[in-house]
Design a protein around this ligand. Structure first.
Ligand SMILES: C[S@@+](CC[C@H](N)C(=O)[O-])C[C@H]1O[C@@H](n2cnc3c(N)ncnc32)[C@H](O)[C@@H]1O
Length: 205
């Protein structure tokens, strides 16, 4: 099959990408796995974590890292795409934007979660602005949902883009949490506007 120029560039890029190669040799399903490791190094996410939720888990790199580091914890992963089984990880194939998914998540947990991580990204459309708006809307939805699903001292990590609607998400997070930080892992490509929001300390009414 003849490959077009952009798919060739993509392949070249992937081959150059050290994290992509590293992920393959380590058996991680995605290069994103390294982003979660860096986020943990920065924010100590796994310390005392008994219940973790992984939103946008497919193909499973972050869920693998969670399982590896939280051997005895409950891990619930959600994606709109079907993720291959990971032992010790419960998976729901659902659209996070639907109310029924949020209800399912709440039902699955006996207690509130210590950690809610989201690497969700909307499918690319060809318009960078639209992709940014859609991914940042997912992030806003995660921040909104977090107050229902995490413990008072729980932590949220979610992907967002430093572009359109970034400030709206930041303002929303600051209304809900005492601590809001941003961190771009080294394993995130330099040219991408991707970053991660870290929220801790829910503000109670
Ligand atoms: C960058 S990938 C996640 C990679 C994953 N963290 C890993 O390490 O393997 C983003 C994921 O977000 C998922 N996603 C996007 N919108 C979603 C939605 N509304 N509900 C659930 N998952 C969604 C996509 O299906 C995609 O698998």
């Amino acid at each position: 099959m003849k490959k077009n120029k952009s798919s060739k560039n993509w392949i070249i890029h992937q081959h150059r990408d050290q994290y992509f190669k590293q992920a393959r040799t380590s058996g991680f399903r995605s290069r994103s796995a390294y982003k979660l490791l860096e986020l943990d190094k920065k924010f100590k996410l796994f310390k005392n974590c008994k219940i973790a939720i992984d939103l946008g888990s497919y193909p499973g790199g972050w869920s693998q890292i969670l399982k590896k580091n939280l051997k005895y914890s409950k891990i619930l992963s959600i994606d709109i795409k079907k993720m291959e089984k990971i032992d010790g990880v419960e998976f729901l194939c659902c659209d996070f934007l639907k109310d029924e998914t949020k209800e399912k998540i709440l039902k699955k947990l006996n207690n509130k979660a210590d950690l809610l991580v989201s690497d969700m990204a909307a499918d690319t459309t060809g318009s960078k602005d639209l992709d940014c708006i859609r991914t940042n809307a997912l992030c806003a939805e995660v921040v909104e949902f977090s107050s229902h699903v995490i413990k008072e001292n729980g932590v949220v990590i979610a992907k967002l883009f430093n572009g359109k609607d970034f400030l709206n998400v930041k303002n929303l997070a600051e209304k809900k949490f005492h601590k809001v930080n941003f961190f771009k892992p080294e394993s995130s490509r330099d040219y991408s506007k991707e970053t991660y929001i870290h929220c801790a300390g829910i503000k109670t009414l």
